[in-house]
Design a protein around this ligand. Sequence first.
Ligand SMILES: [Zn+2]
Length: 278
Amino acid sequence: MSRKLDQHAAEHHAKEVHDEFNVSAFPVDPFEIAKKSGIELQEMAIAEGVSGVLMRSGHSFTIGYNTAIQNAGFQRFTVAHELGHYYLPGHPEQLFPHGDGRHESQAGFSSNNQWERQADCFGAALLMPSGLFQEALSEAGEGLPAIEYMAGLCQTSLTATAIRCATFTDDPVVVILSDGKRILYSGASEPIQSIVPKRDLWLRDTLVPPKSCTADFGKQASLLKTHQRKEGYSSLSEWIDGAPDIEMKEDAIGLGSYGRVLTVLFSEEPVPDEEDDY
Ligand SMILES: [Zn+2]
């Protein structure tokens, strides 16, 4: 299935869960939804690189989440991701081909695996319901401050919130998750998608532009583990092959022990239409 169809299905099934449990306000509580779904929750020590686990024994499911990562937003996202494996059609069959078993997740938009990706989409849609989110986003301002405001409101991680903002905003925004060297995930708002060729997956596995402030994080391992911020400007064409040369404000923030950088590129000016000459 294509990434777009996967996202669409994730959105649809998250909406069904909202309807089933009468979710109508922020913050959405994934722990509560798990309990009401009859799923057990268990705090566990989990190997590094694993965000959480889903275990199946007969008809019983248990979500194990990692308490070593002291980040409430990430723990909530982990549980929402596992709920995706529970609620999305095809996931239980794919993850538990022999019936019982244990699935180890890599939540947080950096996995290559399509099932993990779709569970991430579900997690974001579950915690940030589209209607409520769009309403709040329209009053949130722009750039990284808007994302931080929304993350506070939804009690979600900066990364998941940033990707959600890019999905719904009418502003020209690109959100990039990287390790300071290589891009792991990217999302762009509609105004950017309309002026960039090859809309899908175009930044994945490409290198961070060497002169960008995001690249500074990749050059210093110690910086990468901090929550420091860097600001600058870079051209959209430095990030995306074939994109027009539009100056973008670049905000980069270290995500701490997670070892990732979140970059938000946005233009204070509207981007030119496709038909315009550059
Ligand atoms: Zn998973």
